[in-house]
Write a protein that binds this ligand. Structure first.
Ligand code: PRP
Length: 209
């Protein structure tokens, strides 16, 4: 049985509010404030929408597997994971960039410089492209620690305000790529619920600033 309910995978945390406000701006009738601190699923019967609240890096997984029809994911996650999803719209929220950074006035003159990152695929692709042979050290967070304690020569990470780099005595070296949140869709859902999804894209597009 097919249902016309739209399941939307939303990133929990700081992107949630911006994305949720955009949906309200686009005219969706959603509760104005929402305490999502403990909730993992929210039903909005009036709009025939269900939200799944996921860890940001898991959103493309839910969408690829079709348990969410659409989702909001960072371009960083999409580039890193290369999942089979359609990218429908750049929402231009949570704008930041991926950069390499390290201790000031240091050169990459080792035989195989060590690069610490949560983005091993993006980092490998970048250094391959610039012809630098590197050793990638995959970490899950607090990446800025790596050069400070001698684990790596450079990090490849998200830079938003630049505050984390500054507070930890690091400087940016290379700007790698721009990042913002994207609306993504499961390819089968996009075909089967095309009218609902294209309507949502059209409405959100008007709210992109
Ligand atoms: C991200 C990123 C940097 C920080 C950059 O980490 O990994 O550490 O934000 O932001 P800034 O330029 O505004 O200081 P996040 O807060 O997502 O935490 P994590 O390291 O646990 O992933």
């Amino acid at each position: 049985m097919t249902t016309n309910q739209l399941t939307i995978a939303m990133p929990k945390g700081r992107i949630f509010e911006e994305a949720y406000d955009m949906l309200i701006d686009a005219g969706f009738d959603l509760p104005k404030t929402m305490d999502i601190s403990r909730k993992l699923m929210l039903e909005i019967p009036g709009e025939n929408i269900r939200f799944i609240l996921a860890k940001p890096t898991d959103v493309p997984t839910y969408v690829e597997h079709g348990v969410a029809d659409i989702g909001i994911a960072g371009k960083d996650t999409l580039l890193e994971q290369q999942r089979k999803v359609h990218e429908l719209l750049d929402l231009k929220i949570s704008n930041c960039h991926i950069a390499s950074a390290g201790l000031p006035q240091t050169k990459l003159d080792d035989i195989a410089p060590r690069i610490a990152t949560k983005y091993p695929n993006i980092a490998s692709a970048y250094y391959r492209e610039i012809g630098e042979q590197v050793e990638i050290i995959a970490l899950n967070g607090s990446i800025e620690l790596a050069p400070m304690i001698g684990l790596a020569d450079r990090i490849v990470d998200i830079v938003s305000t630049g505050q984390t780099l500054k507070e930890n005595g690091l400087v940016e070296y290379d700007y790698i790529t721009a990042v913002s949140s994207r609306l993504i869709a499961n390819p089968a859902s996009y075909r089967m619920k095309n009218k609902r999804i294209t309507d949502l894209v059209r409405r959100l597009k008007k709210c992109v600033k």
